[in-house]
Ligand binder design. Structure first.
Ligand code: CAP
Ligand code: MG
Length: 408
């Protein structure tokens, strides 16, 4: 069978390049396995075809290069003509499709993808990005601070709005719904959004600061759109969506609708296929796709929190969604197990262009939500002034109480 291996190949800037690692099954060589992957993810199948013309194979055939048998890694360059412009589902069906289930391999990992500029430009990308979000919230330099209303589930609509209000009063810029809070019998979407946005207005008047509420619009696609439109009508500025649960198609639909809402992307469930470093798709690839689709904010990991994801990985993802390309940079969101004691190392690791969220780290504060939010804000202010957190805590009792409970 025709082989697509071109050891010394230098990909063109116009080609899409995927970096893979494979774990072979016993019956096949490294090269043969790579050929199977390249064929199945592009123009071929398991056998030679009498329907595939020579010219087509020449024009649209992939090229396998940078082979490293020791590391079991290789890159595949795909001609851009193989991909539909502006379609994440079609990309997923190709490069993230059948190949993960082939019996020729025990495991397959897609580590990274290089998207050519021409392809990137065919997507909408973020409407607001970092600059647009900062403008909306009128916060120039410091990291934004947010909370997730907790408990995750169980509060009714009015209780939810009250907790949000307290968090804003204490100093949070952003309050978001949790990923599994959508529209339940005990807390219906419509009422929750109306009450919480009303409290947002009150908090804005009382604090003189811009505040944001991120309602979770995750639902079946048509229902999701209805919810997003409702948020807009109620005067909301944001929609939050669980991008893995809803799917990239729904996310693209939300962005295409262009309701003018800032899109906050939660990634719950990504670890089902990103966590095993031998198999699946890396979070880096998911993050690049989310930027193409047009999220304005994306959860990237918190390094020091409750979720898996170390400094190297989180930095790499952050660079990928904020680095220069034809699309606006996405605001990286650090969340999961954070509290005031983790703010300083986080800013030192990632800089100030991040959103720091704490759910338990605000509502678990020994003196309640308002003081919990205050402590988070104090931790950020102290770090911005270059004052070590223990020292800043001597002058700020809310911060001191948080450090007393959770340490630093
Ligand atoms: C954080 C959070 C987020 C996680 C998800 C939660 O709450 O709201 O869903 O951050 O992880 O429910 O766990 P806490 P990631 O602050 O109470 O931990 O951001 O890594 O996708
Ligand atoms: Mg959550």
């Amino acid at each position: 069978m025709r082989s697509f291996i071109r050891e010394k190949y230098k990909p063109k800037k116009s080609e899409l390049v995927a970096s893979f690692r494979v774990k072979l099954s016993n019956s096949i060589s490294f090269e043969k396995c790579l050929d199977s992957i390249a064929r199945e993810s592009s123009i071929g199948t398991w056998t030679e075809l009498c329907t595939l013309k020579k010219e087509t194979a020449h024009k649209l055939g992939p090229k396998i290069f940078d082979l490293n048998e020791q590391k079991s890694s290789a890159k595949i360059a795909y001609p851009i003509a193989l991909f539909e412009e502006g379609s994440i589902p079609q990309f997923l069906s190709s490069v993230c499709g059948n190949i993960f289930g082939m019996s020729d391999l025990k495991a397959l990992r897609l580590d990274d993808v290089f998207f050519p500029e021409e392809y990137i430009k065919s997507f909408k990308g973020p409407k607001y990005g970092i600059e647009g979000v900062r403008k909306t919230l009128r916060v120039k330099k410091r990291p934004l601070v947010g909370t997730i209303v907790k408990p995750k589930l169980g509060l009714n609509d009015k209780e939810h709005a009250k907790v949000a209000y307290n968090a804003w009063l204490g100093g949070c810029d952003i309050v978001k719904d949790d990923e599994n809070l959508t529209s339940m019998k005990f807390n219906k979407f419509g009422k929750r959004v109306a009450f919480t946005l009303k409290m947002r207005e009150k908090a804005e008047k009382e604090t003189g600061e811009r505040k944001a509420y991120m309602p979770n619009v995750t639902a079946e696609t048509m229902e999701m759109l209805k919810r997003a439109e409702y948020v807009k009508k109620q005067g909301g500025r944001y929609a939050m969506i669980d991008i893995i649960a809803s799917g990239f198609s729904a996310l693209q639909t939300l962005r295409e609708q262009d309701l003018g809402l800032i899109i906050h992307a939660h990634r719950a469930g990504h670890a089902a296929f990103t966590r095993n470093k031998q198999h699946g798709i890396s979070m880096l690839v998911i993050a690049k796709l989310a930027r193409l689709a047009g999220v304005d904010q994306l959860h990237v990991g918190a390094i020091f929190g409750k979720m898996e994801g170390g400094k190297r990985e989180v930095r790499e993802i952050t660079r990928a969604i904020t680095g220069k390309n034809a699309l606006k940079p996405v605001f990286p969101v650090c969340s999961g197990g954070l509290h005031p004691g983790k703010v300083s190392p986080l800013i030192k690791a990632l800089g100030c262009n991040i959103i720091i969220q704490a759910g338990g780290g605000v509502h678990g504060h020994p003196l309640g939500t308002i003081k919990g939010a205050k402590a988070m804000r104090q931790a950020i202010d102290g770090e911005m002034k270059g004052i070590p957190v223990q020292e800043y805590a001597l002058m700020h009792k809310e911060l001191a109480a948080a450090l007393g409970k959770w340490g630093f």
